[in-house]
Design a protein around this ligand. Structure first.
Ligand code: UTP
Length: 225
């Protein structure tokens, strides 16, 4: 079975503070999956990051440094998850290359961001690209919609979307600012498209959905084709 990169949205794992009930459920699923496949987990920043970015903006901190704050928050979240899984002892990998080596050695890990200028979705896409892994993006909505569901009451969830259509959608939403991006940001979408990565978007709150997608089974989210 090919390896799987699972991106867990910060908003799912650490909505305001770490969600311990959720952590119990997700660690159980990750432990289970780890028995039959090689796993790499990438964790986002969530609201904690938003608060730091807000404060940093108020204090006149530039966007590059705001990105570093975000990276530190994602790494903190990743460390918490990795320690909870008992996968620690080797620290959170800081680059896609280091993480790729762990995947090659079949050693599971959780990581956050890498360098300023992108998001953990892009990190997860690069890691999947470099390791030939399936990509599962676990977010706080149940898939990708044809229109923004928070603005359009008639928005429909898409069971599948072409990678090029995803790129076009992400391009319309891209602001390149620390904090605030479409489910899959433009860079991540382009990487998925250029390498034809098998990618899935599921509601991370429902850990059964994560398991199905990771195993390549049918799920209720969106498949990027
Ligand atoms: P994310 O954008 O990936 O987390 O990283 P998020 O906004 O909480 O998104 P979800 O909830 O996981 O989907 C947080 C911030 O950290 C910086 C960016 O500023 C990003 O908005 N970051 C993250 C980087 O600059 N580089 C990275 O590799 C990762």
């Amino acid at each position: 079975m090919k390896p799987c990169v699972i991106k867990i949205g910060g908003s799912v794992l650490v909505p305001d503070s770490p969600d311990v009930d959720y952590m119990r459920r997700i660690t159980s699923v990750l432990r289970d999956l780890n028995k039959s496949m090689v796993l790499g987990v990438v964790v986002g920043g969530g609201n904690v990051n938003s608060r730091y970015v807000h404060a940093a903006r108020e204090m006149g901190v530039n966007q590059y440094k705001q990105d570093w704050l975000g990276i530190d928050v994602t790494r903190l979240n990743a460390r918490l998850l990795m320690d909870s899984l008992g996968w620690s002892g080797r620290g959170v990998p800081a680059s896609v290359d280091d993480a790729s080596e762990l995947i090659a050695m079949a050693r599971p890990f959780a990581m956050g961001g890498t360098v300023p200028g992108h998001t953990t979705n892009a990190v997860a896409a690069m890691l999947a690209e470099n390791t030939g892994a399936r990509l599962v993006n676990c977010t706080n909505v149940d898939g990708i919609y044809d229109k923004d569901p928070s603005k359009h009451s008639g928005a429909k969830k898409l069971a599948k979307i072409g990678a090029d259509d995803l790129v076009a959608m992400a391009a319309r939403e891209d602001s390149r600012s620390a904090r605030g991006h479409f489910i899959i940001d433009l860079l991540a979408a382009k990487i998925i498209a250029r390498s034809g990565i098998e990618a899935h978007v599921v509601n991370g709150a429902d850990v059964r959905e994560i398991k199905k997608a990771a195993l390549g089974k049918k799920h209720n989210g969106t498949v990027i084709v």
